[in-house]
Write a protein that binds this ligand. Structure first.
Ligand SMILES: Nc1ncnc2c1ncn2[C@@H]1O[C@H](COP(=O)(O)OP(=O)(O)OP(=O)(O)O)[C@@H](O)[C@H]1O
Length: 239
């Protein structure tokens, strides 16, 4: 089943045209990595898919609903199926980690047990810590735990592993792979780590000059003769 279909997407900030006719598709159960240099428009693209940013031209279908024609009710409905993780912010100033998880469990009406998610994401050492006082990596961990709490159909992650130590990167990827395999969940994420793309993503989209310069399975890209995804990136993207 097609989860996302994007055609000719355009988006400008004032005179700065960031997306210039981007095409993209995601099918149920795919893990797709979006790559490109700093400022290429990856976060902009993801935020449009998250339905938190407008766009100028083109067509975006999410769960077969056209975002330009959708009613507010329908938009609410599809938002319940999507979980997002933005760069960690200081939203939750006065709440402790355990309280935050409880709050979101109630909000999402999640069947997941808090203790299970605490254990999965190894959050125990900071159960009683205030979110705002955590380090960047720990904030990221907690944000990810919250995202998985809602058991969404589609999960959109903006640089989910930036700032995480190698063990935590591993934990996060195990979670993504497991969520994908056991529930058939679809995952779209951005990363600057090409090893993650190579190991875990089914497909990769390279954004360059506002367009999908390449959108292929990682397998097909490597079969073109690149030694690694890093090699592919370095040869395709000018400094
Ligand atoms: N709210 C905004 N207002 C004006 N310009 C913006 C805004 N958000 C992003 N931009 C600009 O749009 C371009 C693309 O930014 P975006 O954050 O989407 O890129 P990115 O590929 O995610 O970059 P990075 O890898 O550095 O996170 C940049 O030139 C950025 O300065």
């Amino acid at each position: 089943m097609k989860i996302i279909s994007v055609k000719g997407l355009e988006k400008s900030y004032g005179k700065n045209q960031v997306l210039k006719g981007l095409d993209f598709e995601a099918n149920e159960g795919e893990v797709i990595g979006v790559i490109g240099k700093n400022g290429a428009g990856k976060s902009t693209f993801l935020e449009i898919l998250m339905t938190i940013k407008d766009f100028d031209q083109g067509e975006v279908l999410l769960f077969n609903e056209n975002l330009q024609k959708i009613t507010l009710d329908k938009l609410g409905e599809i938002r319940r199926d999507i979980s997002v993780v933005l760069q960690p912010t200081h939203f939750y100033k006065s709440l402790k980690v355990e309280e935050l998880l409880k709050l979101f469990k109630a909000y999402y009406k999640s069947n997941k047990e808090i203790e299970e998610i605490m254990a999965d994401f190894k959050l125990e050492p900071h159960r009683k810590s205030y979110f705002e006082k955590l380090s960047g990596g720990w904030k990221q961990k907690v944000s990810l735990a919250i995202a998985f709490l809602s058991e969404p159909k589609l999960i959109i992650l903006d640089e989910p592993t930036t700032g995480l130590d190698p063990h935590m990167r591993n934990v996060l990827w195990s979670y993504i792979v497991d969520y994908n395999k056991s529930r058939g969940g679809t995952v779209i994420l951005t990363t600057h780590y090409m090893d993650e793309i190579e190991m875990y993503c089914d497909k990769v989209m390279l954004i360059e000059n506002g367009k999908n310069e390449m959108f292929e399975s990682t397998e097909n890209i490597l079969s073109l003769g690149y030694k690694s995804m890093n090699d592919f990136y370095l040869s395709k993207v000018p400094v």
